[in-house]
Design a protein around this ligand. Structure first.
Ligand code: UDX
Length: 443
């Protein structure tokens, strides 16, 4: 099938490359000529494991190409995906749909023959209706249907998530649209991925409900972690104890510094706003958003407490800046709020991240950047692990201990074994684990 992907950002690029790998003929479109030129030259503008090889293979096979010319690509396509950004609007937090509607107008002008227009961007309920209205108004003669097909890709595991999804959700108000989009995913039938065909509004809401539920799960375990600290329980074992109940599940129960990233913060806000507008407020999600916001500064207070109550004039070394490992994405990264709270309290910050340094420099000024974890720790008064990159799990504790001026280690992702760290002479603090806890079973 011939596919046009409007928007070659994270979602568009991953989806376009994966559809091409399924055997479809895909053209990825972007307004940014620099980005298109880079892609044509084989340079991938984002860090996503496996994406460079996937793009190269499919470009070589002639199934994947890049262009700034939307009209020609859309003209030839049977399915046109809208995969442009939907950032939070300044002021009210609602999703900014201007890019989606601009894309709809451009697509309207170019469609030829029956075309299925698919919204892949995360869009509030009813956006598909508006996209349909825009196209119909501009092109009363056009034959088309508008389908919602939300993505559930995790950054860092996006290709695997695309190719081995837990489910595919297709929201269509007509049979033809549903069939065309289902056919695009045909190779996945072999993996027996459940394909759920439903109404367009239901699909749109499913995406928000999924992200809000996951954000709630994380926030729940984070509050339980705080309680664990007060009562001397171990949150990792509580999480396992509840997670083994199939109704709960073990995933997304890792306590930490609060969720961040390009999706959860933005999507929970947008859902809140939609719900308020429709007179059906999602109060639980409103609470989740505010608890998560407060948590980041609370993590800075945890660091301050570990430094005997003050970080004024002290040098704090921070390991991991991106919102999670295996990405260079700094959007809504907890590190930003934690670092600025520590700076407010008078600390000097030195930081290191394996992939996110360039992005970090743009948002975190007034920070000294180190070239590796050990030089980051050199002479610092405390070491704070914010993002759990695998490379940090394998650090040599003795070498770290020697590098630090004071043996204070604050592990906001619970990656180290407390007893081991204490054996190496660290004053070790983590999240929701009793101070004396050792290996699982010790608490
Ligand atoms: C998320 C959804 O998982 C994905 O389905 C959706 O399409 C986009 O949003 P992503 O933003 O890439 O994906 O990251 P994810 O792995 O879900 O993590 C989000 C945040 O939650 C990160 O800051 C992460 O550190 C945090 N998190 C996750 C926890 O603190 N604890 C957990 O147990 C899981």
């Amino acid at each position: 099938m011939r596919v046009a992907m409007v928007g070659s950002g994270y979602v568009g690029l991953v989806s376009g490359a994966c559809f091409a790998d399924f055997g479809h003929e895909v053209v990825c479109i972007d307004r940014d000529a620099g980005k298109v030129a880079a892609l044509k030259a084989g340079r991938i503008p984002i860090f996503e494991p496996g994406l460079d090889d996937l793009v190269a293979t499919n470009v070589r096979a002639g199934r994947l190409s890049f262009t700034t010319e939307l009209a020609a690509a859309v003209h030839d396509a049977q399915a046109v995906f809208i995969a442009v950004g939907t950032p939070s609007r300044r002021g009210d937090g609602f999703a900014d749909l201007s890019f989606v509607y601009a894309a709809a107008r451009e697509i309207a002008a170019a469609i030829d023959g029956f075309t299925v227009v698919v919204t892949k961007s995360t869009v509030p309920v009813g956006t598909g209706d508006e996209v349909e209205r825009i196209i119909r108004e501009l092109r009363p003669d056009a034959e088309f249907s508008v389908v919602s097909n939300p993505e559930f890709l995790r950054e860092g595991a996006a290709i695997q998530d695309f190719k081995r999804p837990d489910r595919i959700v297709i929201g269509a108000n007509d049979e033809h649209g549903a069939r065309v989009v289902s056919d695009l995913y045909r190779p996945l039938y072999l993996n027996q991925a459940p394909i759920m065909v439903t109404g367009r509004r239901t699909a749109e809401l499913t995406k928000y409900a999924a992200n809000a539920f996951l954000a709630t799960k994380i926030t729940f375990i984070n509050e339980i972690a705080d309680l664990c600290e007060q009562v001397g329980a171990n949150v990792q074992e509580v999480a396992r104890g509840i997670g083994l109940d199939n109704r709960i599940g073990t995933k997304f129960l890792h306590a930490g510094p609060g969720y961040g990233g390009s999706c959860f913060p933005k999507d929970t806000l947008a859902l809140m706003k939609t719900a308020q507008d429709h007179g059906a407020p999602v109060r639980l999600v409103e609470t989740v958003v505010s608890v998560n916001d407060q948590r980041k500064r609370a993590m800075a207070r945890k660091v301050i407490a570990a430094c005997d109550g003050s970080v004024r004039g002290k040098l704090i070394a921070v390991l991991g800046l991106t919102f999670k490992p295996n990405t260079d994405d700094m959007r809504d990264a907890p590190s930003c709020a934690i670092i600025s709270a520590l700076q407010d309290a008078g600390a000097r910050i030195r930081a290191y991240d394996p992939e996110g340094m360039e992005q970090a420099r743009a948002v975190l000024t007034d920070v000294e950047y180190a070239t590796d974890a050990y030089s980051c720790a050199e002479g610092a008064d405390a070491l704070v692990l914010v993002t759990e990159w695998d490379a940090f799990r394998a650090l040599d504790p003795a070498r770290l201990r020697k590098a630090l001026a004071a043996p204070v280690l604050v592990d906001l992702r619970n990656v180290y074994v407390p007893e081991e760290m204490r054996r190496h002479g660290f004053h070790y603090t983590s999240v929701g684990r009793p101070q004396g806890a050792g290996h699982p079973g010790a608490a």
